[in-house]
Design a protein around this ligand. Structure first.
Ligand code: PNW
Length: 518
């Protein structure tokens, strides 16, 4: 695993050159010292040898040598602790360097679609500030980074002639990550479809878009797999299909009937499968590929043998339209029966492509679905959330750390997935800086500690979880919520673009340092 190997090296001496630069860094980038101060006891200094000498806050040597307080809470060796973002949510530069328009550009420029009519036109200006932003990852001690590639930056019209400047941005980003010993994981589709394809083919309503996606994926893997060893095909099939094509809350804002909606989802999983094949054909040998789906995690409300079996049945059916068809090569009978005349139209060749063998499965985990066994078909029942069940700032985000155990465990038990990533987990909050300028996000701390404890339970039972990507490195453009809901480890002042680590950034850096729940 070439890219993985880079992360295992001891941080190189390049860091000292970087620390000189940091002292003259512009105001928006916090210093390493600021991040360290939040982590308490010099956590970051201990994790990065070349910097330690320069840190007055470094703890005494004896303290550094101690094992984590709770060895039982440890994670496997070489576990990839990362953060995640997506192109539209952070890059800005929406029409620079020849970038084509995306369906999200079009959507946000339509009044009334987004809270406060916020847009991603500038966002975090990451397109211009990516070097400082990679530095922040390094300051955290992060080992991996999941970002997305904007399709219309690479192919402004969706197909045809690529724009070399667009691709070059991602090449430079990958180089910056590699130079900082951060393993790059690229997502090929995080919802910013080229508007040209929406107009030409009706976007995901047409299988031509699936083919165009595969061509784009093949091109990117030919160009970048010398640097990027891991590709996620599509982010959250279920979310963009449901919100973009059924409720109309997301771009392109359509409200399709059941049959065309099922067809959109089918084209998305088909696009994934064709892209897997294109990456196998075009990418360097050893390039790894998998999806990043927001799996519906069936959690046995009470862990009895019957309820666990029911949760496993539920996991297959609740994910029938995406993960189950991908991992089994067929839509379940119950899925097709429930859809009836509105079922997607497909061929055997489609199913074969959709089920192209994967290297890993990524799951975005935010909420649990509680189930219990029933005597009658289908053998499980979904239990509704209690009225007072705790939620985070986004009303959809019902809390349930158990999902971080059951999600990976279902992937292993039901489908024998050999390599699992938590491609997203995190929470939105109403963060506000205190008088000293720091966000004391105790709610996010509680969220992370409980979620990671449950993930550790899976790892300790031998479930092959290889990495965790915290959503998100920064506060960013939260789709329909605009900039109003904050998911970051770094607080962003959008007027100045200043990034300030929250308390949770200090917490996460300590988790990474000890490779265990802190
Ligand atoms: C995911 N829901 O989106 C996305 O992958 C990210 O881009 C996003 O910022 C993050 O989670 C936080 O929202 C979701 O309504 C959007 O259930 C909406 C839902 C779930 C996930």
């Amino acid at each position: 695993m070439r890219a993985g190997a880079a992360a295992e090296e001891t941080p190189g001496t390049k860091m000292s050159a970087r620390s000189t630069r940091l002292q003259i860094a512009s105001a928006p980038t916090p210093s390493r010292r600021e991040v360290i101060a939040l982590a308490g006891a010099g956590a970051l200094a201990a994790g990065s040898a070349p910097q330690a000498a320069a840190q007055p806050a470094a703890p005494p040597a004896a303290e550094q040598a101690q094992p984590p307080a709770c060895a039982l809470q440890g994670f496997p060796r070489n576990f990839l602790w990362g953060t995640a973002t997506s192109a539209y949510q952070i890059e800005g530069a929406w029409n620079e360097d020849g970038k084509g328009e995306s369906i999200w550009d079009r959507f946000v420029h339509t009044r009334g679609k987004i809270r406060n009519d916020d847009t991603g036109d500038v966002a975090l200006d990451h397109y211009h500030r990516y070097k400082d932003d990679v530095w922040l990852m390094k300051a955290l001690g992060a080992k991996a980074y999941r970002f997305s590639i904007s399709w219309p930056r690479v192919f402004p019209e969706g197909t045809g002639r690529p724009d070399p400047k667009g691709l070059d941005f991602y090449r430079r980003l990958a180089d910056e990550l590699l130079a900082s010993d951060v393993v790059p994981f690229a997502t090929l589709y995080h919802w910013d479809l080229p508007q040209a394809l929406q107009e030409r083919f009706g976007g995901w309503e047409s299988r031509d878009t699936a083919q165009a996606f595969a061509d784009y994926a093949g091109y990117v893997s030919r160009q970048l797999s010398d640097r990027i060893g891991y590709f996620f095909t599509i982010n959250e099939f279920t979310t963009f299909v449901e919100l973009g094509y059924r409720t109309g809350l997301f771009a392109p804002g359509l409200k399709l009937a059941a049959q065309p909606l099922n067809q959109v989802r089918h084209h998305a999983v088909l696009a994934h499968g064709l892209a897997v094949q294109a990456i196998r054909a075009g990418g360097k040998p050893g390039t790894k590929v998998g999806p990043a789906e927001n799996i519906k995690v069936a959690v046995p409300a009470i862990e009895t043998r019957e309820n666990i079996a029911a949760a496993e049945r539920a996991a297959r059916e609740l994910n029938a339209g995406v993960l189950t068809v991908m991992l089994e090569g067929r839509y379940t009978d119950a899925f097709l029966a429930a859809a009836g005349a509105d079922a997607p139209r497909f061929t055997d060749a489609d199913l074969k492509a959709i089920a192209s063998p994967l290297d890993f499965v990524g799951i975005n985990v935010y909420t649990p679905t509680y189930v219990r066994a029933t005597g009658a078909e289908p053998g499980y029942e979904v239990i509704p959330y209690a009225k007072s069940h705790p939620r985070m700032a986004s009303s959809w985000q019902v809390l349930g750390p158990e999902a971080l155990y059951w999600g990976p465990r279902h992937l292993q038990k039901i489908w024998q997935v050999p390599e699992i990533y938590i491609s997203e987990n995190g929470c939105g909050a109403a963060d506000e800086p205190a008088a000293d300028g720091i966000v004391y996000d105790t709610d996010r701390l509680m969220f992370l500690r409980n979620n990671l404890t449950m993930l550790q339970r899976a790892a300790s039972e031998g479930v092959p979880v290889r990495g965790y990507f915290l959503w998100s490195l920064f506060d960013n453009f939260e789709w329909t919520d605009g900039y109003g809901t904050r998911f970051g480890l770094m607080y962003v002042d959008y007027a100045t673009q200043k990034r300030t680590p929250k308390l949770s950034a200090g917490y996460y850096s300590e988790v990474i340092r000890r490779n265990g729940v802190a």
